[in-house]
Ligand binder design. Structure first.
Ligand code: C2E
Ligand code: MG
Ligand code: MG
Ligand code: MG
Length: 292
């Protein structure tokens, strides 16, 4: 009878919602196992200075090398991680791995700057800066000034005051802060005013259509203008073609990142890629023509 009752109770709940919850729970178990089994890795995408075609650094982007499904993008697993107990551990893994990698490059003679995406709970966590500090302390060879924290502008920060304190402490350690996906959130201007920020990243959704959509063009122009007024360098994401780079250059955009320069690559490809890029630049090829 109890079993019968149990089955009936099950039907009271929305079976669709229940299935969804179960699926997420299973995925979180899998992700937790993946963390233990070291199935995650960081890919790196170059960020280039418009004026002299110099690579200023790489953005670290997480990938999951799934034993059955192959290489997975963040869109396939980060939504499940969001607001779960795994968000902080995964974020800490990213931080550690990025700093490890910076140290390996340093040992190879390349003091590479790396941008790291951090999620909202880290920004709300007063101990984040302590954690970062102790971690940097055990990797003293890595200069904090080479690290940029990318803060997602679209993550609703419940408490901008607290976030701004956490970021201020990180900056006091020597790190830089970039406002990621600028313009996609609800509070772009508030964040710009409240958070201690160094770089502004224009979201790729605006960049993608700016050549054909006059609204998007106006947004890109305005963000660049705004960044200049605030004295922040501005980086455009999602730059895929020479035409995009050309337009951005004439608008005064400082930095670009996108498939047109390179797709995100495994750490092992970074130094060979950098050699080739520098070789091309030394043969007097410059942006934006370099994208051809
Ligand atoms: P994001 O930080 O804005 O990163 C840029 C995304 O745009 C990356 O997608 C990158 O591969 C993609 N991209 C770069 N250039 C182009 C281009 O020219 N065209 C197109 N169509 N796409 C381009 P990805 O790697 O799939 O990452 C998606 C998002 O997942 C990131 O957006 C970031 O918000 C999040 N993410 C990635 N890695 C991490 C991480 O380690 N921690 C956290 N918290 N979030 C991460
Ligand atoms: Mg980013
Ligand atoms: Mg972005
Ligand atoms: Mg994004």
């Amino acid at each position: 009878a109890a079993k019968e009752k149990g089955r009936n109770q099950f039907h009271i709940f929305d079976p669709g919602l229940d299935a969804h919850r179960r699926q997420r729970r299973n995925q979180l178990v899998e992700i937790s196992r993946a963390l233990e089994n070291e199935e995650f890795s960081l890919y790196f995408q170059p960020q280039v200075r418009m004026a002299n075609s110099e690579v200023v650094g790489f953005e670290a982007l997480i990938r999951w090398n799934h034993p059955q499904k192959g290489l997975l993008s963040p869109a396939a697993f980060l939504p499940a991680v969001e607001n779960s107990h795994l968000e902080i551990p995964l974020g800490q893994w990213v931080l550690k791995e990025a700093i490890h990698q910076m140290n390996r490059w340093r040992e190879a003679g390349e003091a590479m700057a790396v941008s790291i995406n951090i999620s909202a709970p880290h920004l709300m966590d007063r101990s984040f800066a302590d954690y970062l500090e102790s971690y940097l302390h055990s990797h003293r060879e890595v200069s904090p000034s080479l690290i940029t924290l990318e803060v997602l502008e679209s993550t609703a920060l419940e408490d901008t005051k607290r976030a701004s304190n956490v970021l201020a402490r990180c900056r006091a350690l020597g790190l830089q802060v970039a406002l990621d996906d600028f313009g996609t959130g609800f509070s772009s201007l508030t964040y710009l005013r409240t958070l201690p920020v160094d770089v502004i990243k224009i979201d790729q959704s605006f960049v993608r259509n700016m050549l054909t959509d006059s609204n998007d063009q106006a947004i890109v122009e305005s963000v660049i203008f705004l960044a200049q007024r605030f004295d922040h360098p501005v980086l455009a994401e999602g730059v895929e073609t020479t035409a995009h780079a050309n337009a951005l250059k004439s608008m005064g955009c400082n930095l670009i990142q996108g498939y047109g320069i390179a797709r995100p690559m495994p750490a092992s490809s970074v130094l060979p890629w950098l050699d080739k890029w520098r070789d091309t630049v030394s043969r007097n090829k410059r942006l934006p023509e370099l994208l051809d």
